[in-house]
Design a protein around this ligand. Sequence first.
Ligand code: ADP
Ligand code: MG
Length: 737
Amino acid sequence: MPPRPVTETVTSPPRIGYSLDAKLPGVVGDRTASALKRAFGMITVADLLTHYPRRYARRGELTALAKLPLGEDVTIIAEVREVRERPMRQRRGSLLEVSITDGEGFLTLTWFNQKWRADQLRPGTRGIFAGKVTEYRGKVQLAHPDYHLLDDLQLAGGGKDLKEWAESPIPIYPATSTVASWQIQKAMEVVLDGIGEIPDPVPAEVRAEHGLLSLTEAFELIHRPEKDSEWRRARDALRFQEAFVLQTALLAQRAAAHSEPATPRAPKPGGLLERFDAALPFELTGDQKAVGADIERDLGSDAAMMRLLQGEVGSGKTLVAVRAMLAVADSGGQSALLAPTEVLATQHLRSIARVLGPDLSAQLMPTLLTGQMSTAERKKALLRIVTGQARIVVGTHALLSESVQFYDLGFVVVDEQHRFGVEQRDTLRRKGATPPHVLVMTATPIPRTVAMTVFGDLDVSVISELPAGRQGIQSVAVPIVEKPAWGTRIWERVHEELELGRQAFVVCPAIDASGSAEEDADVEEPPEGSAPPARATVLDTAEQLRKLPVLSSARIEVLHGRMSGDEKDAVMRAFAAGEIDVLVATTVIEVGVDVPNASVMVVLDADRFGVSQLHQLRGRVGRGGVPGLCLLVTTAEQGTTARERVEAVAETLDGFALAETDLELRREGDVLGSTQSGARSSLRLLRVVKDADVISDARAAAGPLVDADPTLAAHPALAAALERRLAETEREFLAKT
Ligand code: ADP
Ligand code: MG
């Protein structure tokens, strides 16, 4: 391995080399290329170069031969003592056995069918030998070791290089049974030797400011480091580059959306919004005011708003959205609220009508549109929407259908973005004459950097302050296996709440034993480490609860996604009116259900739900003036991930902390749902939580660049990197279909 001064790529004039987009066959040869394609789907030089080492092995300290650790990679300096070649006993071929010594102990090196090595490894030759220590028939050996003979090394530069070689990290690549790590390393050598100067997507000023290596240097040093410090610097630079390209892509997307002219929608002095505010029975929280001002400013501009509103359940997001709708109505425009389920759409409509009060409701005509409406109802709704009579429209996916036409759609609110794809959001946006302003609301607390990554094309507002007078929620994990007595205590506790005139939710992960998935709201895939498949079901649980003496006087009903919209609606209405005491339900009650009198929630098989899902569910209680209680019942054993998740939820009410826990407990890929941003495939080194700082830095650096040059005309290398990202996402997508 000849010495390579690190500065070489900087000082030497740019060489003509392969481009990152060059196809591998022309570079590494057809056979290697097709092996790489089959094993890893690699097509271009960039694909290979971004196949980073999983770790670096150490040739390590020189080790005395007498006590070599079995199974470990070692490096030793030794002298060849004896070379023997003999035919194999069991199969064809020959075995080359080379005995080496440190002067005291002996060690055997073996190679199959590599007789030619006998010419190099003559007795008396000294060298450095690296490989894994194995034992074969009681004899310690290195099979197929890597070696460099001292003579070679001395020719190459003397004792210093010897030490460097012994200490240089060996890249270990993600490999398959068909393509070994060292084969990848070899292909990498070929590419790196021929590639020359690579155009860097990160501008030189940005690199200089952050003290980062160029892409050329970084590729070189991540694959061929001589010291640990080299691959570390390389990794930092590449990580930044990933973040930078991603953030540029998101910001460019945002810039493109903003560049479409939108119609400004400002509230009128003395208009609807002012009337609404004057009648509001409470004071807006500080956060509601601040976010309201952000939104008002955005709505009044001729660039379309693209804003994400994050806030805990009950923090008053819906109220903020309604105020924005009123500002839009003041300018004559219509607003549409897109909800993920029938139940939620209905709920939203009802609570919007309630906060508006009779006068404003009559004027704005909030109108529901869902898939389950009768033809007559639907016709009526469509008419109100197309004539512009309905200034506020609330609906499910049905709103996206082609038959829905607006008179003047100015504003779209999407509730719970995580259930809608970007395309769906866009379909709705296209229903406006000019692109409507968009507000995405989510109660799922997303760590800031995830928001930056997943929703990076949106501006982010956060409501973290809860309205005054909230009583809080007490959460308790109930490990039913260890404490069976709690099995009865749970229902006594529910009974106590009912005695106080309050109501209860009981949440189950399934509707019935048929195991069919919840149609309306999906229970999360059971993450690794979950309990066995027996699950509490809505129908069984309701039946059992009805038989419990302690609940004998309770009115118990069920709610789940297999009921018709009318049935669900009737049940929700009855529960809200206090005509039902215990509602046994699936996650259809997850978001937005607002029954302030409900004070207790029992979640059965709580480990079946995701962390954020549990957090959302729990937000259904403790919404009014009464304190909430949430019992998270689990059969998961102590120490399992399933149990940890439940305990994490019980321990804190801080949704952001939980979101971080959630991320730690599950795979990164689940967070960056591929439909959201296509970001998953291009994130190789970047970890959205761990690398929060890198992501913020990259976004800060990308911002001014995109502002000054939204089409990246002056940054061809960056534009090309964005293209590659897109191409990769597309390929990934095609591979899946
Ligand atoms: P979210 O949509 O964030 O879950 P909502 O807007 O539905 O929250 O508000 C939850 C409840 O709190 C509603 O009943 C709403 O009327 C009430 N609310 C909203 N803002 C305030 C406030 N500033 N002070 C008191 N109550 C409020
Ligand atoms: Mg709400």
